[in-house]
Ligand binder design. Sequence first.
Ligand SMILES: Cc1cc2nc3c(=O)[nH]c(=O)nc-3n(C[C@H](O)[C@H](O)[C@H](O)COP(=O)(O)O)c2cc1C
Length: 368
Amino acid sequence: MKKFFEKINLGGIEVSNRIVRSATGESLAAEEGYVNEDVFKIYKDLAEGKVGLIITGMMAVKKNDICPGLLRIHDDDYIEGLQKICSVVHKNNSKIMAQLAHGGTQIIANPSHSPIGPSKVKDLVSGITAKEMTQDDIYDLVKSFGNGALRTKKAGFDGIQLHAAHGYLLSKFLTPYYNQRNDEYGGSLKNRIRILIEILNNVKSKCGQDYPVFIKLNSADFLDHNEGLMFKEGLQIAKLVAEERFDAIEVSGGITYTPNSESRKNINSKEKEAYFEGYAEKVANAVSIPVILVGGIRSLETIEEVLQGTGITAISLCRPLIREPGLVKRWLAGDREKSKCISCNKCLDTRDLGCFRIRQQPEEDHPS
Ligand SMILES: Cc1cc2nc3c(=O)[nH]c(=O)nc-3n(C[C@H](O)[C@H](O)[C@H](O)COP(=O)(O)O)c2cc1C
């Protein structure tokens, strides 16, 4: 019977428990994306809080992908600061992966800088119309992911996760709404996932076959009028990706800034928790690599039920660990009270990552 606190090998990484910190953009990095004291502290606190595996916020692999406040990995200059993070995490017996990404047309903060996409389609969220990537643009991006991954290895990370969810550039290749190409990167599912496989191969050739490469995928995009990816295809994509030897899949869903986004609001009852469980369970039944569930998980009861009742291997948390970086340590110490996060999503609005409620009402506990 799976337990949350046991040691396991998660996709090639020895972790001390089954709790993963889901990628969380820091909104704190110095303007140019370097590690500073505030960013360092986030990771130190999480590692001291006994999170098994920490996944960083999305890191830009291309210089012209401007993501304000987020970490970057497009140049060797970034390695030194990241080394310090890896070192404090490892000192505390935790593990850390870098999430590599390209924002595409969805980086609202700076619309003029990232107008590329698989096809010339207007972004439903930002309203920006993408410049269709040429095949040379695609090869160049693939190489940039590989080079970024090599830098993460030099910095001491335990592996990388590709961000192919939530409407950012890689996820746009997966949905027929945004990917209207008629070359080998569009059309069939096999073609739409080609960029992911090329990145995987590029990373493994540069970092070694045993450097873990996870992927975060949408089960579905949950857009109005079924305009985005639907689960029927989401499941097939997960199967194809697993066959290509990615090391683990984190199952998410939704598009950032839309009503059914990946970070759903007001998770204030047990019934509302783990809102992607049904999808992740089906993925876990269909693939032979570990599946990580993310989205609205708030209590140990839910974690235990998911682990015991499904083939899901690990549980990923984001907002609860913004509210309380020491949550896992608290649970391990026997205090089973659920997360204090009330999913108000104010953490998404701040320019400096933190729990808004702690700042506003430090004494107040969560209402049930
Ligand atoms: C402030 C904030 C920043 C986030 N940044 C990222 C990110 O960089 N990459 C990513 O894949 N997901 C990101 N997410 C989504 C989370 O990883 C997670 O999928 C989502 O919040 C649901 O999990 P939760 O209910 O435990 O918060 C972010 C969410 C929040 C609230």
